[in-house]
Design a protein around this ligand. Structure first.
Ligand code: ATP
Ligand code: MG
Ligand code: FE
Length: 356
């Protein structure tokens, strides 16, 4: 099942071609430099940069896969595009380009939910990697941690998603970005805090772990943690050495990681699930990966996450989700829906609608 996908929901313009879950090509044009000086994504700038980046990114992905642009209709089985959730002006760029490609090639076009794409990131592999390829999402508890989401989702298979808990305020990635800003670090803050945390003492500052031991509560809250970091800075001043900065980063990261691991493990036990998958931009965090590995060894569950290259936004994960849907004949037409949750009834209903 060979699928080309476009992704432009936030600040990455991406195109990829996959064969099932094997990545034949993946090109990502990141706009972080554009948005860094504003400390966050500026929607209008994102849309404009998607417009500029889309054609070269598309051409690059087709060339990297060794395909010819004028033969796409014959060399592919389907197209896919992220149509929700995301910045609407940004999504539109990818969606309109994908509609154009569908018209020109006659290929079916699958609308893919961005977070369903993140679920597929754990199955992605490069063409030069050996071994058998997995096409299907196994039953698992998904920990979706990214710039816009922090959710625990019970995944029973493609299109079968039950939201168990989400954040009441900031997403985990958003917390990393906001705390980085408080510390005078650049956007996006996640990777910078990750690096600094490795040099720091996670017990240097006792930051709060919201609702961590509240039995049966699977919700998150990170706004208070952000405020606690701000209060700490007000009280003792900005860190005056690299070590002091690393200590604050390590202590903040430990608070986020502790809560994510504790709640995910509680949800897994509650639903008697044998696997935990961690996906989304924050899944790249080394402290988080290590903590889940340790928990898996301790509690005896299987832990999987995405290869580092596919934690952040990319089109390979969208293409893999599109390929899985195409294999089943589950076509959901592009709809730019304003829904954000993976278990939205509109999307769930579309999961079972065959293409014929
Ligand atoms: P969503 O997927 O919810 O729509 P998004 O697509 O903008 O949001 P992603 O690209 O999946 O988000 O993830 C970006 C987020 O991941 C940013 O907040 C960034 O700081 C965070 N992030 C990236 N690398 C790391 C890391 N190593 N440690 C912690 N956070 C990280
Ligand atoms: Mg991004
Ligand atoms: Fe994302």
């Amino acid at each position: 099942m060979r699928v080309l996908a476009l992704e432009s929901s936030c600040d990455e313009t991406a195109c990829a071609i996959v064969e099932g879950c094997t990545v034949l090509s993946s090109v990502v044009a990141s706009q972080v430099e554009v948005h860094a000086r504003f400390g966050g994504v500026v929607p209008e700038l994102a849309s404009r940069h998607h417009l500029d980046a889309l054609a070269p990114v598309l051409r690059g992905a087709v060339e990297q896969a060794g395909l010819r642009f004028d033969e796409l209709g014959e060399s592919l089985d389907a197209l896919a595009v992220t149509d929700c959730p995301g910045l609407v002006g940004a999504l539109l760029v990818g969606v309109q380009a994908a509609r154009g490609l569908a018209l020109a090639t006659g290929l079916p076009l699958h609308g893919v939910h961005h977070m369903e794409g993140h679920l597929f990131s754990t199955l992605l592999r490069r063409a030069d990697q050996g071994g058998a390829e997995a096409h299907e999402l196994p039953e698992h508890l998904a920990v979706l941690v990214s710039g816009g989401h922090t959710e625990l989702v019970l995944v029973r298979g493609l299109g079968d998603y039950t939201l168990l808990g989400a954040t009441r305020d900031d997403a985990a990635g958003e917390a990393f970005d906001k705390v980085a800003k408080l510390l005078g670090l650049r956007y996006p803050g996640g990777p910078i805090i990750d690096r600094l945390a490795a040099e720091g003492d996670p017990e240097a500052v006792a930051f709060p772990r919201a609702m961590m031991n509240k039995k049966g509560n699977l919700e998150f809250s990170f706004a208070g943690l952000k405020t606690a970091v701000a209060t700490h800075i007000e009280r003792v001043g900005q860190p005056d050495s690299r070590q002091a900065l690393a200590d604050v980063c390590a202590s903040f990261q430990a608070a986020v990681v502790d809560v994510l691991v504790a709640k995910a493990c509680a949800a897994r036990r509650l639903h008697d699930c044998a696997r935990i998958h961690v996906v989304g931009g924050v899944a790249a965090n080394r402290g988080l990966r290590a903590a889940f590995e340790a928990a898996a060894a301790r509690e005896g569950f299987t832990f999987a996450t995405a290869p580092l290259a596919y934690c952040g936004d990319n089109a390979a994960m969208i293409a893999a989700a599109g390929a899985a849907r195409h294999r089943r004949g589950w076509l959901r037409a592009v709809e730019l829906s304003s829904s954000t949750s993976l278990d939205d009834p509109i999307l769930a209903a579309a999961a079972g609608v065959g293409t014929g």
